[in-house]
Design a protein around this ligand. Structure first.
Ligand code: ADE
Length: 245
């Protein structure tokens, strides 16, 4: 069982989002447990203050070390080995490899910042990981934490209906995946590619592989440069007409 904690000023936001669909089912079947803890509950002053102006001046407010550290101490107790993850736009990008590695943990604690950031000393004292989810700035760490939690939980054995779904993921092999279709065969005059309805499984497999290679080369040359290509992949690509690519 994986335990996922969110330290956040907005506990309802994360618990609400984790209470639907596959995350809800994973929790109901005992694969994961979600909890949230609010630093405001660990303040000691009458106003329950969690933020203050930055040393050195500048706009906005910074989350104070005290309430956050107290919340983290309470969440962590005497457990050792928890992954303590700080969502942060100033951090390496979170990837499928990071999700797979976090999915091996027993405990993950996401520390969600707000305002202009978190007192750096909390990060220095507690962080085992810091990740950005993309090159844009969000208003807080809750959505990034949920994005990462979702990417991790769906990798837990049994979380998805079929283990094959994981193998078929985009990024699983370093390639984007081919488009999918379901019934009807004709939708507003657009047909499903013939091969997919041919019943020829080997031809379908080759079509999907060719699509994956072509899409990755066209949309994500960075992934393509690092992809593990199979024998025959380059021939498959060179047989593509420009119209397919
Ligand atoms: N907090 C604000 N923006 C973020 C981002 N892009 N990734 C992770 N945490 C963030």
């Amino acid at each position: 069982m994986l335990r996922v904690d969110f330290v956040t000023l907005f506990p309802e936001m994360v618990i609400g989002a984790a209470s639907h669909s596959i995350l809800k089912r994973a929790a109901a079947s005992g694969l994961v447990e979600f909890a949230a803890s609010n630093p405001r509950d660990f303040t000691t002053d009458r106003h329950r203050t969690v933020d203050d102006a930055p040393y050195g001046g500048g706009p906005g407010m910074v989350m104070m070390a005290g309430p956050l550290a107290a919340a983290l101490d309470s969440v962590l107790g005497d457990s050792t080995g928890a992954a303590v993850v700080f969502p942060d736009p100033v951090a390496p990008l979170f990837t499928q490899t990071d999700a797979a590695s976090l999915a091996q943990s027993q405990r993950i604690v996401f520390v969600c910042g707000h305002y202009e950031g978190i007192d750096q000393r909390v990060r220095d004292l507690y962080a085992t990981h810091a990740f950005s989810i993309g090159d844009y700035v969000l208003t807080g760490g809750e959505l990034p934490a949920l994005v990462m939690a979702d990417a991790v939980v769906r990798l837990l054995p049994g979380a998805l209906g079929s283990a094959d779904s994981l193998a078929a993921d985009s990024y699983a092999e370093g390639l984007l995946t081919a488009p999918q279709y379901t019934r009807p065969e004709d939708f507003r005059g657009c047909a499903v590619p013939d091969l997919l309805t041919s019943g020829d499984h080997e031809a379908v497999r080759r079509w999907r592989r060719r699509q994956a290679l072509a899409l990755t080369r066209r949309l994500r040359s960075d992934l393509f440069a690092r992809a593990h290509l199979e024998p025959g992949d380059l021939d498959m690509l060179s047989s593509l007409t420009r119209a397919d690519d």
